[in-house]
Design a protein around this ligand. Structure first.
Ligand code: GAP
Length: 429
């Protein structure tokens, strides 16, 4: 992890937030390569969920919602973690993470556990009183539930159908940590799939299968993924059944995605709290009912961390160590580096032309500094799958050398075919 964290900073994937002020605990900023990787992951998810399913629509709901939403969802009363304070140094801990009954920081005495709500609060409008409180959403899901009927009416979808959303969520976690694994501000990619009651168990299994396959499709090794089933004690207040997809991180097996059978809990509660009818009319059965919901919920930042951990690799290269990020070409931040072999004889001009053409379709990088070996290494370290080298032969026969990152094999490709060649290899479909 230390090596990865250092690479992330040095090469511009992830920086500590507000670093020049000493940083803000558990908040991170994505740098030039990090944002490319993140956008690619989001794009793969969006395509897999919406483009590949004619019966899944997208939405983008606001972060601030009516405060009654969080009463209906159960978050105001139930989204809590137990917390103990040290009477001496004032640090706070989750009691279930402690080995002893004393403060692990200073040995001081701890208070009795009390429940701490994880939602961030703020005020809407100029008056800071109880009636002006609004919450920063702790999950994106509720923005989907409250729009259920809007989407049904606007899209004319029939059950079974889904609504997908990508967006920020906030949780005032007591013990954030492990770099971007658990933070207080993060992005979720969630999909709520509405089904007929009674068909929920079958859809639950279908979505479990599909979501596991997605992680593998973006390049995560199958042997590092496993299922964890929630037992009765772990189940969230809304869930009838829940399975987590876990990944084996250097700090142990941990959840990256949850697939939940949320039954009719959320729509039922919103119907009750809003007083608005949220039933669906099933034309085939000629009956009104509240659909059941299968939810797939994955953290974007956590997936990004997973892809980096899974891709990081060190291997001997002569007397040196070659650091390679074996990221899938579909999510790699830079798809190809364009490298003139030497900085003369018209090679930089030709390489610039190639870069200008490819950059219309993909994020590519032009580099003419240092030896070609060094330039290859710099690209290996950030996971660039292809290095396109322009040499004197290119001038003669209009071909270039394409070096593949993992095998380091080299092929000659006609310049006129490059765009299609690259597109075929980096496209998510
Ligand atoms: N709507 C259901 C829901 O929010 P969850 O299991 O609490 O379920 C889903 O969260 C996913 O969101 C997790 O699997 C994880 O990937 C991500 N996530 C949750 N809390 C997080 C945090 N503090 N930091 C980063 N990602 C988080």
């Amino acid at each position: 992890m230390d090596k990865l964290v250092s690479l992330c900073k040095r090469r511009g994937f992830i920086f500590q937030s507000s670093e020049i002020y000493g940083g803000l605990n558990s908040c991170y900023d994505y740098g030039p390569l990090g944002i490319e990787l993140k956008n690619n992951i989001k794009n793969c998810w969006w395509r897999a969920m919406t483009y590949h399913h004619a019966n899944i629509e997208g939405v983008d709901a606001s972060i601030l919602m009516h405060p009654r939403v969080w009463e209906a969802s159960g978050h105001v009363s139930g989204f809590t973690d137990p917390l103990v304070d040290c009477r001496k140094c004032k640090q706070r801990f989750r009691p279930d993470t402690l080995q002893t009954k004393m403060c692990p920081n200073c040995g001081g005495e701890l208070t009795e556990p009390r429940l701490f709500n994880l939602m961030f609060k703020t005020f809407m409008g100029p008056v800071e009183n109880q009636t002006a409180i609004v919450y920063m959403r702790p999950e994106t899901a509720q923005g989907i539930f409250v729009n259920f009927l809007n989407v049904v009416n606007a899209s004319r979808q029939k059950l079974p159908f889904g609504i997908a959303q990508i967006g920020k969520a906030f949780r005032n976690e007591i013990t954030p940590g492990n770099f971007i694994f658990r933070t207080r501000e993060f992005e979720q990619m969630e999909m709520q799939f509405f089904v007929r009651p009674g068909e929920d168990a079958e859809w639950f299994e279908r979505w479990r299968e599909e979501r596991l396959a997605w992680h593998q499709a973006i390049g995560i090794r199958a042997e590092k993924l496993r299922w964890h089933q929630h037992d009765a004690g772990e189940l969230a207040h809304y869930a009838k059944a829940a399975f987590d997809i876990q990944y084996e991180f250097p700090f142990g097996w941990q959840e990256i995605e949850g697939v939940h059978n949320r039954t009719d809990f959320d729509l039922g509660r919103h119907q009750e709290y809003s007083g608005k009818r949220l039933t669906y009319f099933d034309e085939e059965r000629k009956e009104h009912y509240i659909p059941y919901v299968i939810e797939t919920s994955v953290g974007c930042d956590r997936t990004l961390l997973t892809t980096l951990v899974d891709a990081y690799c060190e291997e001997p290269a002569g007397d040196e160590v070659r650091v390679v990020l074996r990221l899938s070409p579909k999510i790699a931040p830079i798809k190809a580096a364009i490298l003139p072999l030497v900085r003369k004889d018209g090679l930089p001009e030709l390489a610039h032309n190639i870069a200008n053409d490819l950059m219309r379709a993909h994020r590519v990088f032009y580099d003419e500094a240092a030896s070609v070996g060094k330039r290859y290494r710099r690209q290996d370290e950030i996971g660039t799958p292809y290095c396109i080298t322009v040499d004197s032969q290119s001038l003669a026969d209009q071909t270039v050398t394409v070096r593949e990152r993992d095998s380091m094999t080299q092929d000659r490709v006609a310049m006129s075919a490059l765009r299609g060649w690259l597109d075929e290899r980096v496209r998510y479909d």
